[in-house]
Ligand binder design. Structure first.
Ligand code: NAP
Length: 248
């Protein structure tokens, strides 16, 4: 589908994006700002978030917020404090993109590190639950908000050796579908899943070190789909999974 978002399609929207300092999250953050959104940039490496902040400001887009947060350790207190800051500064959220994830190791199951398993589940699933649980009331204050979860091909088809990453994406899909069902008739929050597919980022290079990255689509190639799913044109979409095939 060919989709050309209107220049100001996200004007005055407040959108929180996790993993905003690099890869897909970085590109989506800048694109949302270009289309008028005030983006709250959440990530674990402050210098990367600052670089995205500077790029947005230098381009003359709305001033973003920066939230340095390590989702491997962030708990109820830290995320509740974030919710309070968003509440006092913006009053609501129009979008939440769960994008940050870690890959973990790819080894036979009986070699999978116990700590590694817990860390991947913490970042990719438990932090997603906690952020959603605490920020949902702010999304519900918007007349038309978007809650977007990020999955992967290994979140619907298991792949040997992918361990906790694959299981965390299955669980993410489950969480998204459960919430979609729960919110369908009771809320204006639209809940969907995106599987970006093979994309030229650090995570992909870590997973497939021998691959020629120039053969892959870039995060920028995905932007129409992300802008669609985070903006008002996806108002009728709920409980669905989108892949980059949508762009064909
Ligand atoms: P990426 O380049 O590795 O970027 C991931 C981002 O998440 C980085 O900004 C990273 O921060 C942040 N992050 C990681 N751990 C974090 C933590 N503990 N706390 C806060 N932030 C953290 O990955 P990507 O390829 O853009 O992937 C984005 C999403 O797409 C992920 O959910 C991934 O599973 C999914 N996906 C990607 C592909 C692909 O081919 N790229 C395919 C399918 C699905 P730092 O930069 O500071 O490390």
């Amino acid at each position: 589908m060919s989709y050309n978002p209107a220049p100001n399609i996200l004007k005055d929207c407040i959108i929180l994006i996790t993993g905003a300092g690099d890869g897909i999250g970085r590109a989506v953050s800048i694109a949302c700002a270009r289309h008028g959104a005030t983006v709250i940039l959440l990530g674990r490496t402050t210098t990367k978030l600052e670089a995205v902040f500077d790029e947005i400001i230098d381009s003359g887009f709305p001033e973003p917020g920066i939230v340095p947060m390590d989702l491997a350790t962030a708990g109820l207190e830290e995320i509740s404090a974030l919710a309070e800051v968003i509440d006092s500064r913006y009053g609501l959220l129009d979008g939440l993109l769960h994008n940050a994830s870690i890959l973990g190791e790819r080894v036979p199951f009986d070699h999978y590190g116990i700590d590694q398993w817990q860390q991947v589940m913490q970042v990719n699933l438990n932090a997603v639950f906690l952020l959603t649980r605490i920020l949902l009331p702010l999304l519900q204050r918007s007349d038309d908000s978007r809650l977007l979860f990020t999955s992967s091909g290994v979140g619907t088809t298991p792949r040997a050796y992918w361990g906790a990453y694959s299981v965390s994406k299955y669980a993410t899909e489950g969480l998204a579908k459960l919430l979609a069902d729960e919110l369908a008739n009771t809320s204006s929050v639209r809940v969907n899943i995106i599987n970006p597919g093979a994309t030229r980022t650090a995570m992909r290079a870590e997973a497939y070190p021998a691959e020629d990255p120039t053969t892959l689509k870039t995060p920028e190639d995905l932007l129409p789909l992300y802008l669609y799913l985070l903006g008002p044109d996806s108002q009728l979409d709920h409980g669905k999974t989108f892949t980059s095939d949508w762009l064909d």
